[in-house]
Design a protein around this ligand. Structure first.
Ligand SMILES: [Zn+2]
Length: 436
């Protein structure tokens, strides 16, 4: 392991590593280790730059932080640059390193959050250090936000701040954050994916009720059986491909780069030809309905009265009601459907000054690599900011080696980010904030 004082370790890696060492695990449904220590750490970093961050505690330990940076031209709309400090749980026994140690090996920083998204949190800090530390100012006002609770939908983080302190984001029209801006390898050609859309999120619970009885009885009204049938029907459903503006444009660009004829190859074939990127692009072409949790029973010889399941539904923007109606039909009348969490989908055109500037800056730092739009199959805090009319993009720039399955490491095991990608990200971000 490299020591913290090692001269070759960039400050971005050091800050990302420090953040990984705060175990900010978010278990969902309000259960969390909290983000207070990470927020306090970032508070110190931003205060050192002469900023005046404010901390907001939505519930005990659930701390978010927001700071304004004055730009050279305050008449321009402000840009929100945001990250989240919580992470999803990590099962240490599945990892080859301690997920909360912040190990540095093989030229990479390893740990829960190295990908999602303590890497970008650190890049935001060091990009600001580059700008403010050299006596410069960003082109426009920035709202720097580090949110709690993104991994559980942001109720204690972004949604809380948007609902209770909308003035923090006054004058802002656009935002940049995670899950986009990193490179993928298409036929050996490096390309960057800028996230310009997010699918909608509908998390539901199915509840089946039946007759509780001894496990030896002849019972046709078994809650577990009925639930299992509903879960299988939803899980097996093949949702049709439907292209949106974003995915049509992406597929056309992919076909061009991969030299496939879009007349003969379907969208799925074109996406499959992208290699590691296929895993997450495929899910952006259609609705997905994945059963994720089952709960029933308490003893081998007791038929339980109730059985329940959680289903993670991600629809294309605007299709929520239609999909819910179809799900109701699939499960039938005798299963209760509860909506646990619902949030909007987003889609914004792949053009305009910010997209142009991102493309230009990436072109300067990695000449010749195309920038393509894509729709995220998951969601980010941009959903919360959209309630204030703020258009969000996924742009956490990283130039990555072709063989690294970066998208596959979101919420995965052995999350790791190359150290030189962090330096690249810091430089691209600093340049963008200086110029845009
Ligand atoms: Zn994230």
């Amino acid at each position: 392991m490299t020591s913290p004082s090692s001269p070759e370790l960039d400050a971005t890696a050091i800050i990302a590593r420090d953040l990984i060492r705060f175990d900010t695990t978010n278990y969902g449904e309000g259960k969390s280790n909290g983000e207070a220590d990470a927020a306090e750490y970032l508070n110190v970093k931003l205060t050192e730059l002469g900023l005046q961050p404010e901390l907001f505690e939505s519930a005990p330990g659930r701390v978010s932080l927001v700071a304004r940076v004055e730009g050279r031209d305050s008449s321009k709309p402000a840009l929100v640059v945001h990250g989240h400090t919580d992470v999803v749980p990590a099962q240490a026994e599945d990892w080859s390193v301690d997920p909360f140690e912040g190990v540095i090996k093989d030229g990479m920083l390893w740990g829960r959050g190295a990908v999602d998204m303590k890497n970008m949190d650190a890049m935001i800090v060091t990009a600001l250090q580059d700008i403010l530390g050299s006596g410069q100012q960003p082109a426009r006002d920035l709202v720097i936000a580090f949110f709690a609770d993104e991994e559980a939908g942001g109720e204690y983080g972004a949604h809380y701040l948007v609902d209770t302190h909308p003035e923090l984001f006054a004058g802002a029209t656009e935002a940049i954050s995670e899950v986009g801006g990193y490179s993928v390898s298409l036929n050996g050609q490096r390309a960057y994916l800028l996230q310009t859309g997010e699918k909608s999120l509908v998390w539901i619970r199915l509840v089946a009720k039946g007759r509780a009885a001894h496990g030896s009885r002849y019972i046709r009204d078994n809650a577990v059986t009925r639930l299992a049938e509903a879960v299988a029907a939803i899980g097996r459903r093949e949702w049709p491909v439907r292209l949106t503006d974003t995915t049509s444009q992406l597929i056309a660009e992919l076909a061009r780069i991969l030299e496939v004829d879009p007349q003969t190859a379907g969208p799925d074939d074109i996406v499959l030809a992208t290699g590691t990127a296929a895993g997450f692009i495929q899910a952006s072409l259609r609705t997905t309905t994945n059963p994720t949790l089952l709960s029933a029973g308490y003893k081998h010889n007791v038929i339980p009265e109730t059985a329940s399941a959680l289903i993670d539904i991600r629809t294309l923007p605007g299709e929520e009601e239609q999909v819910l109606a179809e799900v109701r039909e699939l499960i039938g009348d005798d299963i209760e459907l509860q909506i646990v969490t619902q949030d909007v989908g987003l889609e914004t055109p792949f053009d305009g000054p910010l997209v142009d500037e991102i493309t230009r800056v990436l072109g300067e730092h990695d000449p010749g690599a195309p920038v393509l739009p894509y729709m995220l199959s998951g969601g980010t805090d941009n959903k919360a900011l959209s309630k204030l009319g703020i258009t969000g993009y996924g742009f956490a720039p990283l130039r990555l080696p072709a063989e690294l399955d970066f998208p596959g490491m979101f919420h995965g095991v052995d999350e790791r980010v190359p150290l030189d990608a962090l330096v690249f990200g810091r430089q691209v971000l600093a340049q963008l904030l200086l110029d845009y």
